[in-house]
Design a protein around this ligand. Structure first.
Ligand code: SAJ
Length: 442
């Protein structure tokens, strides 16, 4: 028993008991790529878990024992649902009977690159409507420093309950890396910071029941900033290597060879790789939460803005490379058949959100090209409201005037692509081991 919790209030002591005895009723609000795996981990640890989502179809799939998140196999999911340990609902009033609740809802950007907090606000208001003594609330959605104390706390304290005594409030960044076979929810260290020391301890105690490593920090703002540093670090370093790729292209230097050789340095260097642009729902977006908030604090986040510009320019750069390559073959883009290999935002996943492939296909269509695509994980995509269905790889590769590798999925027969393709632009170094005049690299 931690002394601070024991000396705090009866509500704290009761919650601590329930967490350590695993009788606490756990709630997860938002059943996406973060919420569903988190719900599974706590059910697996022995807690009774209720998932809450506004989408009935997700709740129905969840309660049928089918995991719609690729990183969670049905075999690990179905038994938990069948045993009654895990269930889902669209009914937010269940919060009244919960001891803990994790908010795992999206934090996208508006078109103006301002944070869209609407999902977090509606989740918080739903919780505020059913808050009760002893409830532990944890926000996991990536957001700007200050969200938990400025946005959530006032809404939750409007109930008259006092934070750190009657209820407990923490921020704990999600660190899910979709498709990562080595690191999944249970073995990714979990940072957690509370509004008060007792909140931090309660959050740390909670996560310790199901996750291998917990990293308590002194406040919610520190925890919020940790996540933004992690993802801004990635975004800026990707922007750096993309700019290096632009330089090497002009200087006729193989940027991939440069990075591989630099990566032999055993300290002080971490390889990042150029690509067709920045996809996903985290890396292209999270850093703008930081630059938005730092602007409010009077600091221009120039690194973020510059990296955002460079990463955002990569789709156009890829299209210029295609134009140049076709030009060498005395073919205009207009009327040419261009086949795109891979549309997911990164290898071996099925997610196309913010994928640079979508931008590249749109740009090519605007230039009058006939564009087809294939992707082992993606069957159809929307381009400016028009549905585009995936085609079988080889007939399209054989027929195309130019093949463009946008996503380097592992289970593609690249030897077959090199054999059959007339002209191949490789934006991911997927053809690293191949030598041929028909291959053009980024
Ligand atoms: N990319 C490059 N070059 C690189 C690395 C990535 O162009 O060297 C591109 C990818 O192709 C992709 C985008 O950047 O389009 C994002 O890649 P990512 O590997 O960061 O993938 P995410 O966004 O699915 O996952 C990241 C997590 N990734 C890793 O830590 C490896 C992690 O930063 C977060 O846990 C997660 O975002 C999140 O939820 O914030």
């Amino acid at each position: 028993m931690s002394t601070e919790i024991a000396e705090s209030t009866a509500a704290a002591e009761k919650l601590q008991q329930r967490i350590t005895k695993k009788t606490a009723r756990v709630g997860v609000l938002g059943l996406g790529y973060v919420g569903l795996p988190l719900a599974v981990e706590f059910a697996h640890a022995g807690f009774e878990v209720v998932g809450i989502d506004v989408q009935q179809n997700k709740v129905d799939q969840f309660n049928s024992g089918h995991s719609y998140i690729k990183d969670v196999a049905d075999s690990a999911f179905r038994p938990l649902v069948e045993s009654g340990k895990l269930r889902a609902t669209t009914d937010f009033s269940v919060i009244r009977d919960l001891d803990t609740i994790d908010i795992c809802v999206p934090t996208p950007l508006r078109k103006t690159k301002d944070p869209d907090m609407s999902f977090v606000i509606s989740a918080t208001e739903a919780i505020a409507g059913h808050i009760h003594p002893g409830l532990l609330v944890m926000l996991e959605s990536t957001t700007y420093p200050g969200t938990t104390d400025e946005l959530l706390l006032p809404k939750l304290q409007a109930s008259g309950l006092k934070v750190g005594e009657d209820f407990f409030l923490c921020f704990s960044p999600e660190r899910v890396d979709p498709g990562n076979p080595k690191f999944q929810t249970a073995n990714i260290p979990k940072v957690v910071g509370g509004i008060t020391p007792v909140c931090t301890q309660m959050g740390a105690l909670f996560y310790k029941q199901a996750l291998e490593t917990v990293v308590p920090v002194s406040s919610t703002r520190v925890a919020e900033m940790v996540k933004l540093l992690e993802n801004t670090f990635r975004m800026i370093n990707i922007g750096l290597v993309n700019e290096l790729a632009l330089m090497c292209d002009r200087m006729k230097i193989d940027v991939w060879e440069v990075i591989d050789a630099a990566a032999t340095k055993p300290f002080g260097f971490m390889p990042f790789y150029p690509g067709p642009g920045l996809g996903g729902h985290c890396i292209p977006i999270d850093p703008f939460y930081l630059s938005w908030k730092s602007k409010e604090a009077g600091i221009e986040a120039r690194f973020i803005e510059l990296a955002g510009y460079i990463n955002g320019r990569m789709p156009e750069f890829v299209v210029e490379k295609i134009q140049h390559a076709l030009n060498e073959a005395t073919k205009p883009v207009r009327g040419s058949h261009i086949h795109v290999l891979g549309t997911a935002y990164k290898r071996d996943i099925d997610d196309v959100r913010e994928s640079p492939a979508l931008d590249i296909i749109l740009l090519l269509k605007r230039l009058g090209a006939r564009v087809t695509f294939s992707d082992p994980f993606v069957r159809k995509i929307q381009i400016n409201g028009t549905l585009l269905e995936a085609e079988d790889v080889f007939p399209a590769v054989e027929n195309a005037d130019c093949v463009v590798i946008i996503t380097d999925h592992t289970k593609v027969d690249y030897a077959g692509v090199v054999q059959r393709g007339k002209l191949i632009l490789d934006t991911r170094n997927a053809l690293k081991g191949f030598r041929s005049d028909k291959i053009v690299r980024l």
